[in-house]
Design a binder for this molecule. Sequence first.
Ligand SMILES: O=C(O)[C@H](O)CO
Length: 321
Amino acid sequence: MAPKVLVTRILPPQTQARLLEQDFDLFQWQQDCCIPRDVLLEKIKGVDALFCLLTEKIDSELLDAAGPQLKVIATMSVGYDHIDVDAVKSRNIALGYTPDVLTDATADLTVLLALGASRRIKESIRAAEDGQWGKWAPTWLCGSQFTNKTLGIVGLGRIGEAVGERLKAFNVGRIIYSGRTEKLAAQAKLNAEFVSFDTLLRESDVIVVCCALTKDTENSFNYEAFSKMKKSVVFINSARGGIVHQDDLVRALDEKLIGAVGLDVTTPEPLPPMHKLYTFPNCLILPHVGSATYETRENMAGMTLQNILAGLDHTSLPYSI
Ligand SMILES: O=C(O)[C@H](O)CO
């Protein structure tokens, strides 16, 4: 009998074609929006494999609704804070994700945000488009550059390291990082120093948040943290919105405690268009597009399908959590 497989979105074209070639009893959500929770809870019943995105909360309620035959869950994401990993593992369900493949795309976008925020790209584009472009003037729309500055990386994992490598090319003077543990190989490659979170906050000119969202990192960028930063700091988050206490970020911007902000992630997502964060000229916000290149998304989908096939085959997942 063909395995029952639930896929929560239409996939990038090559993987979508491969999916349709499989001998699956397939339910695939066809609309260009997230599958509603009630539909997911209904459709999960009796499935053998779930192909999900970071938009679906995978918790005990969902696993109970699925039933004991569920063999594998594969998320098309490297982050898995939307998944109750203990609940999945305690049911002996194989769990897969997509590490490595989105490192370059996400690091590229993090650098783009850092450059964009520090060089006032949002104000510059608006000025050009809104007819405020007057004659060249010595200090109009000046930002700051990275030469000889201190870069602070929060979380020197794959993406943090790739961001460090890229920003090195902009002649930063010093790279410091914080995190749970020292990362000796990456540290040596970047000539970086492991410092406390407090030191990183106080000494960085540019802070990039590249860590996972966990109980320990949740809301770690709060008012107290913003108060310790240099007033000129460029603060970038391309990891997860929940790492930042967003109301405190608004307050810090209001009180001009920080220089410029670049966010690819917020709470909630999507961030409502009327949100106060959009009103700050020095706060650049993108709609969670870190991994959004055709190449990367196709690779992520392909890996997720490989995980599903392995899980259904009772072999170990090629990319397992
Ligand atoms: O976790 C992930 O895969 C990323 O946030 C998607 O861009």
